[in-house]
Design a protein around this ligand. Sequence first.
Ligand code: NAD
Length: 332
Amino acid sequence: MKLAIFSTKSYDKEYFEKLKPNSKIEVSYFKTALNEDTSKLSKGFDAVCVFVNDRINRSVLSKLKKNGTRIVALRCAGFNNVDLKAAEEFGIKIVRVPSYSPNAVAEHAMALILTLNRKTHKAYNRIREGNFSLDRLTGFNIQGKTIGVVGTGQIGKAFCRIMLGFGAKILAHDLYPDKQLEESGIEYTSLDELFEKSDIISLHCPLTSETKHMIDEVSLDKMKNGVMIINTSRGALIDTKAAIRALKSKKIGYFGIDVYEQEESLFFYDHSENIIEDELIMRLISFPNVLITSHQAFFTREALEQITATSYQNIIDFEEGRSLKNEVKQIK
Ligand code: NAD
């Protein structure tokens, strides 16, 4: 079995080498992302392994099919970048890593909240310059605040548990409310009520045609003035232009994002010596109450181990004809 790993970073190679199973998997690493231009590299590979910003659309899948690729292993949970209908038509299996340390992402969401709130990033810089003043560092207690959690799957649940530990009141919204979570003290509600009542809103649902731009002009209008919005899920859940307008009008008081609508050409790369053409991210960066991280919420040792082990297992299961418990199929 020949496996091509696209969008390889040094840490991917480190973990894929370290955890390589004692089987006949032959691994090649490509730094480039998989897309229309690079799909020709798949020639002769039975399997390709991709990440969040690789493009697995109809045209790429058609090329993979021609080149003999039989399985695409996503080394992530989200699969919004895959045309599942085309994959089915071409008979290419799609597998993913549904859960790899949900706590890693939930804890990062908490890190964004605490940093934006208590301004530790600003204090760090001030003190290095000998400025010990507390001016403009005022935060607020999370205890007693209302936290809106959209999506209570693996990550949303872990986030709720952390927030319960802080003594916050949690309003949640999900298509499938979780009984156990309800018993632990969280309340499920409509999306509108969550928007209206929450002091902090954290997004943990997948990106689908229904959830795209769920934070837009209309939903922002319903929110409390000065609301904190946290997105560690997928960038396009938020209409970035609407968020910028709401930051300017002070409707959004704090904005923490680990994902961004147009992250594909920016995130995971060093652009420090380039002119960044993306006006929206430059505008976002200019706000003092915006904190952006570059899709790093998953990035813990535990998660990398889990991602690598599950990706290998998915491919081995396919090769050995076992049922694919992590297969992603189009919902009919
Ligand atoms: P999950 O499948 O366990 O949970 C998703 C939850 O969202 C489910 O309970 C589902 O019912 C709910 N949902 C679906 N549509 C909804 C809607 N319209 N409204 C409200 N809820 C809805 O997934 P997860 O492991 O918790 O991951 C959640 C998302 O986090 C992923 O889809 C992925 O986009 C993102 N993620 C980001 C990172 C990162 O590093 N930033 C890492 C992993 C996952």
